[in-house]
Design a protein around this ligand. Sequence first.
Ligand code: PDD
Length: 281
Amino acid sequence: RIAYVNGRFLPQREATVHIEDRGYQLADAVYEVWALFDGKLTDAEGHFTRLERSLSELRIPMPMSRRALTLVLREAVRRNRIRDGLVYLQVSRGVAPRDHAFPTQPVAPAMVITVSAVDRVAAEIRAAKGIGVITTPENRWGRCDIKTVGLLPNALAKQKAREAGATEAWFVDELGFVTEGASSNAWIVDGEGRLRTRDANANILRGITRHTLLDVIAQAGLEVDERPFTPDEAVAAQEAFITGAGTLVLPVIAVDGRPVGKGAPGPVAARLRRLYIERAR
Ligand code: PDD
């Protein structure tokens, strides 16, 4: 695999960053993940816009124009000869002697890009089976709308899920509502066949897949209710699913070991997954 690091393409095993990179020491960095279908970046503009927003919230300058970045991303994909996969991009504030406050002398942001392959056949088999999720108390900071690499609570939650034999963890806030998954947004299909997902506020990441799917749902003539739901409501729902660049639309068949609806993937999630993928291709 070929990685891009600060202006250079090189074999990934030779790609390194500085030990005083502020992303490494302080999680002072943001990232984006694009799904790659047939060599094409899915929802490219949406992810660019969110990247620009994350950077501006942290007051890190955009390392290059959107146009230039598009070319670099395309080149990274081309050099890896990967048609279906994920593109990861990370921008940190840069390298400076350790100090919590920003460097007083301007530093150049550090940018890294990697590309990995996804087996689309295996992904469809997984989607046909559905996944289990666990719930865990929300313990992240108040700015989950910024896509930072400060992912320790997410990593711990995902590990907890894996140890419980599940695939994703849903954070639950102090009011008992699901906020989102460790690396995805959470949805249900309620008793009336309406789609329900939490409104996009500072407590969740404004998923690009979520955003595009709202469009897909409207075109499919389905109704959406942007309101949070509890784990109990998910269990009582007809269907549940998650969305994200890594998972697309993935049915959830159990929450904390309790079956959702009939305990099998339902028609709505399957249809939305198909429509989303058709649009990405
Ligand atoms: N995760 N919520 C969280 C906390 C996420 O980390 C992600 C994405 C999403 C879905 O966002 P989008 O639809 O824009 O991918 C929601 C990426 C895929 C990751 O961390 O690998």
